[in-house]
Design a protein around this ligand. Structure first.
Ligand SMILES: Cc1cc2nc3c(=O)[nH]c(=O)nc-3n(C[C@H](O)[C@H](O)[C@H](O)COP(=O)(O)OP(=O)(O)OC[C@H]3O[C@@H](n4cnc5c(N)ncnc54)[C@H](O)[C@@H]3O)c2cc1C
Length: 423
């Protein structure tokens, strides 16, 4: 029997692949629902992801899975507009004309930025840039003005104090996946109705295949003996000879009853993400990066991407990232953060009125992405480990390098299942 720890996309994908081949699988998820980081709120009449989600054209594995599960009709590719908030104004940055009009980069800087983007697309293997910081690479390839006026606020918003440690490999990975760009802007994919459907249909298929899924089931121990997996302790001890763990390395280190030589100290980033339903639209783009003194790094107006008629109210994510658990985004109460964010929105948008807020939600977690700092590649965890029967798949896997995604975790789950079945 194979035990899967974690009911996020990696755990579900591994369970799906294994049960499709007739393997006996039992999945344990600590939370009350499946989905992990891709979980959704239940709102009256619809569901919506707790953290904003979309996919890129190059995300092949998730598109294949969506097709296999019969959900391809729901996958919609839509124009996703972006902008940059600087000096009290939203500057859309989608069409060549909008980019030309952007006042905070000179014509020369814009040319350097365009060349940097073109150059990044010609670099095949980004892992050579794992030991170079993004800052060094941008300074060398586009100069200090492009760095200070364009990239630095973005890196600051995404990584805070860790921004100078982030590798050029991560940056290039980000730039390269943004390839579905037309002269009208970029197209991104969304599963109309929500990504919960992918999770739901996959879970049903696993159960139809004979797999077992248990939510509210915290795995407390992975039990080994003489280098072999022997079982897991949930409420009681369950015998098994194979375990796929999809939990972050720091959790694995706590639940594994022995040491694992491959386990590295991978630093994770936390995320605090509010979702506001508003009576009115807030801005004229989907994704807004921000250079301003506010407690968040980006605003994502979901209903400027997916039609408003799917939801009947305007949905706006407000997001900040942190590393230090002492960060106010983690320490303050949820109510305090909502107030803080709403104050931030008021300071940015004079037309924003708190009376237009219909409801608010807030989700936060300490471990939402590895920090892709220089040298990260050496820390990537293998699918098969030196403990016989212990396998790993998740955000820390090769499939999620140099950036984690739903696609990467699905790919990691599938890849890990292959290793399990090879034995
Ligand atoms: C703000 C934000 C925005 C994002 N936007 C996008 C996007 O637009 N596009 C995209 O592709 N990706 C996006 N992602 C990333 C994507 O959601 C994740 O990379 C992916 O869902 C991770 O899946 P996973 O299964 O590897 O990990 P997780 O979802 O973290 O799953 C691990 C599971 O293990 C469970 N668990 C932990 N410990 C135990 C235990 N002891 N016993 C049992 N269960 C346990 C957890 O509860 C969790 O459900 C975003 C992430 C964030 C945070």
């Amino acid at each position: 029997m194979i035990v899967i720890i974690g009911g996020g996309l990696a755990g579900l994908a591994a369970s799906y692949a294994l049960t499709e081949k007739g393997e006996e699988v039992i999945l344990f998820e600590r939370g009350g629902e499946l989905g992990g980081v891709t979980s959704s709120y239940h709102i009256d009449g619809y569901r919506i992801e707790e953290y904003y989600h979309h996919i890129f054209e190059g995300d092949r594995e998730i598109q294949r899975l969506i097709g296999d599960l019969g959900l391809e009709d729901k996958l919609d590719w839509r124009k996703a507009t972006t902008g940059y908030f600087v000096d009290g104004e939203v500057h859309p940055l989608n069409t060549p004309l909008e980019i030309l009009r952007y006042p905070y980069l000179s014509l020369m800087d814009k040319a350097k930025l365009a060349l940097l983007v073109l150059r990044s697309k010609t670099i095949g293997d980004v892992s050579d840039l794992d030991d170079v910081t993004a800052k060094e690479w941008i300074l060398e390839n586009a100069g200090s003005s492009v760095y200070e006026n364009f990239f630095q606020p973005l890196l600051q918003g995404k990584f805070g104090d860790d921004m100078d440690q982030v590798s050029a490999a991560w940056l290039l990975g980000r730039v390269k996946i943004r390839s579905n760009r037309t002269t009208q802007g970029e197209k991104l994919g969304y599963l109309r109705g929500g990504f919960w459907q992918l999770i739901d249909v996959m879970a049903k298929q696993i159960e139809e295949n004979g797999g077992k899924i248990h939510t509210n089931s915290d795995v407390q121990k992975i039990v080994t003996k003489n280098g072999f997996v022997k079982g897991v302790k949930v409420k009681e001890l369950i015998d098994c000879d194979k375990v796929i763990s999809t939990v972050p390395p720091s959790i694995l280190a706590k639940i594994l009853d022995t040491s694992l030589e491959e386990l590295r100290d991978i630093q994770y980033q936390g995320t605090t993400c509010a979702l506001f339903a508003l009576k009115k639209s807030l801005m004229n783009v989907y994704w807004l990066n921000i250079k301003a003194d506010v407690p968040f790094g980006a605003i994502i107006e979901h209903t400027n991407f997916v039609p408003l008629s799917d939801y009947r109210e305007h949905l706006i994510y407000v997001v900040s990232y942190f590393h230090d658990p002492n960060d106010p985004g983690w320490q303050r109460s949820k109510g305090e953060i909502i107030d803080w964010y709403l104050d931030g929105l008021s300071s940015m948008f004079p037309h924003f009125n708190r009376d237009d807020v219909i409801w608010t939600r807030l989700t936060r977690s300490l471990q939402t992405a590895p920090i892709y700092e220089v040298g990260y590649r050496k820390k990537i965890l293998p699918y098969s480990t030196s403990i016989e029967g212990l396998y790993l798949a998740g955000m820390f896997s090769m499939a999620n390098y140099p950036e984690r995604s739903m696609n990467g975790s699905i790919k990691a789950g599938f890849r890990c299942a292959e290793d399990v079945m090879e034995v």
